[in-house]
Design a protein around this ligand. Structure first.
Ligand code: ATP
Ligand code: MG
Length: 769
C-alpha cells in the first residue's frame, strides 16, 4: 500500500476510516479529491467489490481522471466502479428502471435547446407574450422548481411561489410548467433536471428499487459537495440511508453554482443528518506556491459568509502575482499569448502547462486570435459540444425518432429537413390534432387521413414509412450500418454534399466524424450491447471535453472559470478582470451575488500551481460598442504585498511583430474614428482624448506610469489597403480598396467565404486586427 505514503496524517485518517459518515470541508488544493481517489483504491484493496462503490464527480473528465488513477493502484477492477456525474449515473439507472415510472427505457434526453424550443411552442399555443414569458426565464424557473423537488401541482399550490410569479407579472408559469411536463412525458423525454427529479420520484415511490440501490451502493463518495442542489442532496441521502457509508468532500469557499440551485446549506445539513459524522480538516495546500495561497486567502477574507479555514502551503514562496494592463481586449490576448510563448521557451514548459480562464465564453475570441497568430495550439473546454452542432443534431434527431418516434422535438427538427413540403403550418396542424385527440404527434403522422386529411397526407405517409424503415433496419444491422443507412435515406448526406461552400464541406466532414465514432463504438469489446440505440442513449450528456485523444495533444487550455473547477495548471492567466465583467454586472446588486462572484475568483486563482497572472483591459467591445473599463475591485482587494503590478509594457513586444505604441496608436485612432460624433471625425487633426475620457485607474496603480492615450488621430490613416479587419457580422476580411473622402470613405473588403463587400466606414464598425 505504497500509495498511502503520499498522504498526510489527516488525509490518511480520512482514507482509512471507511465505515460510517464522513465529511471533509477544506480549502482548495488541500487534497480532497486525492482523498476520494485513494479511499476508493483502499476500499478495493480491502476486498470491497467495485460494483458496490458509487463515486459522484462534477464533470465526466474528473471521473475519467480518477478512474485512471485508481486503475494504477488496483488494476482493471477499477472499471467496475460506478463513477460519473450525477446526470450520467442516474440516467443509467433510469434506463433500467424507467418503465416503473411510466417512461420507455429508450426515453430521449432533451438538451437545453430542445427544452427551450418546447417552451416556445407552448407559449405560442397558450398565446402568451414571449417577451414577457421569455423562454430562458421560464426554463430557469421550471429548472429551479425541479431542482428543489417542486412538482407542477406543488408549484401551483404554493402560495409563496405564486405570489412571486404574480409580482413578476408572470402568473402563468405554473400552467406552462404543467403543460411542459405533460408534453415531455408524452414524448417519452426527460430534460436534464428530470434525470435527477425523476430519480427522486422513482426512489420515493418504489421502496423495492430504493432498497436495491441501497444494497448495491454500500459505499458512496461525493466530490465538490458544496455544489450539489437539493435534488442531488436528497438522492444521496436516500441511497446512503441503509449503510451510512458516505463520504463527502467540498469547500464552501468554492461554491459557485448557487445560480443553478446549489445550496451551501447541504454542507451544514450534513452534520444534522448524521450525528455520528466524522469531520476531517485539511489545511495544507499542496498545489500552489505560498504567494498564490496567500493571495487566495486574502481574496476570500472579503466574504462574510464562510466557514473558518486556515490554508497554508509549504511549497516555495514563488513569484509575486503579476497584474497586467492592456488597452484593448486584442492587446490583452497578445500579452497573454506572448507570455505563454516566452515562458514555454525560456522555462521549458509544455503548452499543457498553461490555462487561460475567463468569466464569459465570449472572451475566448480575442485569446484565440492572439494564440493563432503565434501558432500556439489550444483547446477550448466547455464550448459548443460536437454533439450540439446543427448537422449533428439533425442526424441524431433521426436516430432519436428511430428509437422513440414519440419524441416531439425530434419530429419538429427533421420533419421538413431536408425539405419535403411539410412546413410550419403542417407541424402546427399535427400538433393541434395530437392535442385534440390526446395522442402523440407520431400517431397523427401515421394516420394522416384520419386526423388531418388533405393533400399533405401523402408526404406524411412517406415520412412515417421512412422512419419505420429506419427502425426495421436497426433491428437487422449493426450500429454503423444503421447510422449510415439513416444518413443516406433521410437525405441528409445528399443535402450536405450539395453544399460545396467551406462551411458545407465542414458540416459534411462532421457527419463523417460522427459515423466514424459510431463505427468505433460498434467495435468496442468492453460492452455487450453495441447497438445504435445504446450509442444514442446518453449522447445529450456528452460535452466537448469528453472527446478522447485530448490527453496526447499538447495544447493550451481555454475555459470559463466555472469549467475549471477541480483542475490545476502550472501557469494560469485569469483575464478580463474588469468591473461589470468580473464581477459581472448582474452580481453587483446584492452581497450574496457578489460573494458568489468572489468565490469564483477564488476558484480561478487557486487553479495555479507556479505562476498566476491577472490581466485587464481598459477598453473592450461589448455588445458591439467600444466601452471603457475599470479594473476589477477584486484586484484592489488583494493584499498588494503579493502583487507585481505592471502597467507599462516595454516598447517592443518580446515576440511577434509591431510595437506596443503602434498598437495603442491604432486603437486610439480606431476609437476616435468610430465612437465619436461626426465633427471630430471630419476635423483635420481630430481631438485629443480629454482626461474625463481616459480610462480610470484604481488607487493602487502608480499614476506616474499611466501612459496617456492622447494622439491626435488622423482618421484617414487608420485604414489602409491590405489591412486585416473584422466586421461584426461578416467576420474577418481584408481591405481591397478605399475610396471617397471623410466622413464618407467607402471600403471594399474581401470576406472569407462571402467575397467582396462595399462598406461605408462610418457605419461599418470595422476593427483592425
Ligand atoms: P480543489 O479544491 O481545487 O478541488 P482538492 O482539495 O481536491 O482541490 P487535490 O486536487 O486533491 O485538491 O490536490 C491538489 C494537488 O495536491 C494535487 O496535485 C495532488 O496530487 C496534490 N496532493 C494532495 N495531497 C498531497 C500530499 N499529501 N502530498 C503530496 N501532494 C499532494
Ligand atoms: Mg478537488
Amino acid at each position: 500500500m505504497d500509495y498511502l505514503a503520499g498522504l498526510n496524517p489527516q488525509q490518511r485518517a480520512a482514507v482509512e476510516n471507511t465505515q460510517g459518515p464522513a465529511m471533509i470541508v477544506a480549502g482548495a488544493g488541500s487534497g480532497k479529491t486525492r482523498v476520494i481517489t485513494y479511499r476508493v483504491a483502499y476500499l478495493i484493496e480491502k476486498g470491497v467489490d467495485p460494483f458496490n462503490i458509487l463515486v459522484l464527480t462534477f464533470t465526466n473528465k474528473a471521473s475519467k481522471d480518477m478512474r485512471e488513477r485508481i486503475m494504477k493502484v488496483v488494476g482493471a477492477e477499477a472499471k467496475n466502479i460506478w463513477m460519473g456525474t450525477f446526470h450520467s449515473v442516474f440516467s443509467k439507472i433510469l434506463r433500467v428502471e424507467a418503465e416503473k415510472i411510466g417512461y420507455p427505457s429508450n426515453f430521449t434526453i432533451y438538451d437545453t435547446d430542445d427544452s427551450k424550443s418546447l417552451i416556445r411552442t407552448i407559449l405560442r399555443e397558450l398565446q402568451l407574450d414571449d417577451k414577457l414569458y421569455n423562454a430562458n426565464f421560464v426554463y430557469n424557473r421550471i429548472s429551479s422548481a425541479k431542482n428543489n423537488l417542486v412538482s407542477y401541482t406543488e408549484y401551483m399550490e404554493n402560495a409563496e411561489i405564486q405570489a412571486e410569479d404574480i409580482s413578476n407579472k408572470r402568473p402563468l408559469i405554473g400552467v406552462i410548467y404543467e403543460t411542459y411536463a405533460k408534453r415531455c412525458f408524452k414524448a417519452g423525454a426527460m430534460d436534464f433536471d428530470d434525470l435527477l427529479f425523476k430519480t427522486n420520484i422513482l426512489l420515493k415511490t418504489h421502496p423495492d428499487v430504493l432498497n436495491k440501490y441501497q444494497q448495491k451502493f454500500k459505499y458512496l463518495m461525493v466530490d465538490e459537495y458544496q455544489d450539489t442542489n437539493f435534488s442531488q442532496y436528497t438522492i444521496v441521502k436516500k441511497l446512503a440511508a441503509a449503510y451510512q457509508n458516505i463520504c463527502v468532500v467540498g469547500d464552501d469557499a468554492q461554491s459557485i453554482y448557487a445560480f443553478r440551485g446549489a445550496n451551501i446549506q447541504n454542507i451544514l445539513n450534513f452534520e444534522r443528518d448524521y450525528p455520528d459524522l466524522k469531520v476531517y480538516k485539511l489545511e495544507q495546500n499542496y498545489r500552489s506556491t505560498q504567494n498564490i495561497v496567500k493571495v487566495a486567502n486574502s481574496i476570500i477574507a472579503n466574504n462574510k459568509n464562510q466557514l473558518e479555514k486556515n490554508v497554508f502551503s509549504d511549497n516555495e514562496s514563488g513569484d509575486r502575482i503579476k497584474v497586467q494592463r492592456a488597452f484593448t481586449d486584442n492587446e490583452e490576448g497578445k500579452i497573454v499569448a506572448d507570455s505563454i510563448v516566452q515562458d514555454r521557451t525560456t522555462k521549458g514548459y509544455n503548452y499543457n502547462d498553461f490555462a487561460i480562464l475567463y468569466r464569459t465564453n465570449a472572451q475566448s475570441r480575442a485569446m484565440e486570435e492572439a494564440l493563432r497568430k503565434l501558432n500556439v495550439p489550444y483547446k477550448i473546454y466547455g464550448g459548443l459540444s460536437f454533439y450540439q452542432r446543427k448537422e449533428i443534431k439533425d442526424l441524431i434527431a433521426y436516430f432519436r425518432l428511430t428509437f422513440n418516434p414519440a419524441d416531439e422535438e425530434a419530429i419538429k427538427r427533421v420533419i421538413n429537413y431536408p425539405k419535403r413540403g411539410l412546413g410550419d403550418t403542417t407541424v402546427e396542424k399535427i400538433s393541434v390534432a395530437a392535442d385534440q385527440h390526446n395522442i402523440t404527434m407520431w400517431q397523427v403522422i401515421c394516420n394522416p387521413q384520419q386526423y388531418i386529411p388533405g393533400r399533405i397526407a401523402n408526404q406524411l405517409n412517406d415520412f412515417a414509412v421512412m422512419i419505420q424503415s429506419f427502425a426495421a433496419e436497426s433491428k437487422k444491422q449493426d450500429a454503423y450500418e444503421t447510422a449510415l443507412y439513416i444518413a443516406q435515406h433521410s437525405g441528409i448526406l445528399k443535402e450536405l454534399h450539395a453544399d460545396q461552400s467551406e462551411e458545407g464541406r465542414g458540416r459534411h466532414e462532421n457527419i463523417q466524424e460522427l459515423l466514424n465514432g459510431i463505427k468505433e463504438f460498434g467495435e468496442r469489446e468492453d460492452i455487450e450491447d453495441r447497438s445504435l440505440a445504446v450509442f444514442m442513449q446518453d449522447i445529450a450528456l456528452l460535452t466537448n471535453d469528453d472527446k478522447k485523444d485530448d490527453k496526447e495533444k499538447d495544447t493550451v487550455s481555454l475555459m470559463t472559470i466555472h469549467s475549471s473547477k477541480g483542475l490545476e495548471f502550472k501557469n494560469v492567466y485569469v483575464v478580463g478582470l474588469e468591473e461589470n465583467l468580473f464581477p459581472s454586472q448582474m452580481s453587483l446588486n446584492s452581497r450574496t451575488d457578489l460573494e458568489e462572484e468572489r468565490r469564483l475568483f477564488y476558484v480561478a486563482v487557486t487553479r495555479a500551481e507556479k505562476k498566476l497572472t491577472l490581466t485587464y483591459s481598459t477598453s473592450r467591445y461589448r455588445w458591439g460598442t467600444l466601452t471603457n473599463c475599470e479594473p476589477s475591485r477584486f484586484i484592489d482587494e488583494i493584499d498588494a504585498r503579493f502583487l507585481e503590478i505592471e502597467v507599462v509594457k516595454p516598447a517592443k513586444s518580446t515576440l511577434g511583430e509591431g510595437s506596443f505604441n503602434e498598437e495603442r496608436r491604432t486603437w486610439t485612432q480606431q476609437r476616435d474614428t468610430f465612437t465619436k460624433p461626426k465633427p471630430s471625425m471630419s476635423s483635420p487633426s481630430g481631438t485629443a482624448t480629454t482626461p474625463a475620457q481616459r480610462p480610470k485607474t484604481t488607487s493602487m496603480l502608480p499614476k506616474a506610469h499611466v501612459p496617456t492615450p492622447g494622439f491626435a488621430p488622423d482618421a484617414a490613416n487608420a485604414f489602409q489597403n491590405g489591412m486585416e479587419v473584422e466586421h461584426e457580422k461578416f467576420g474577418f476580411g481584408k481591405i481591397i480598396s478605399l475610396e471617397g473622402t471623410l466622413p464618407d470613405v467607402k471600403a471594399t473588403v474581401f470576406f472569407q467565404g462571402l467575397g467582396n463587400k462595399q462598406l461605408l466606414l462610418k457605419f461599418a464598425k470595422l476593427r483592425i486586427v
